[in-house]
Design a protein around this ligand. Sequence first.
Ligand code: H2B
Length: 101
Amino acid sequence: MVAPLTSQRRAELPALLPGWTVVEGRDAIARTFRFRDFVEAFGFMSRVALLAEKQDHHPEWFNVWNRVEVVLTTHDAGGLSERDVMLAQAMDALVATVGGP
Ligand code: H2B
């Protein structure tokens, strides 16, 4: 079992992850990434997949051409945990180098 995010940490989320929103009706966060084309979008997904596997923490995501819609939550915590914050920050850092929004 993974510890859920504390309420103090939740209050920090907007500042920590400004590009992300809280999903309505779920304890999860979401962000839509847009790229120049499919190859860039898929390149991003490939990099994230390797990270996710290393962290043993996997995104829910949906891709159409240049768009990647990501939802993060921790199934083992029944909601958000520090693992989601870490993966979201890693994705944000990746788009800064791969290109994107
Ligand atoms: N990913 C996500 N998003 N949440 C989890 O709770 C989770 C995961 N648990 N990836 C991992 C795998 C778990 O199922 C394995 C057994 O460690």
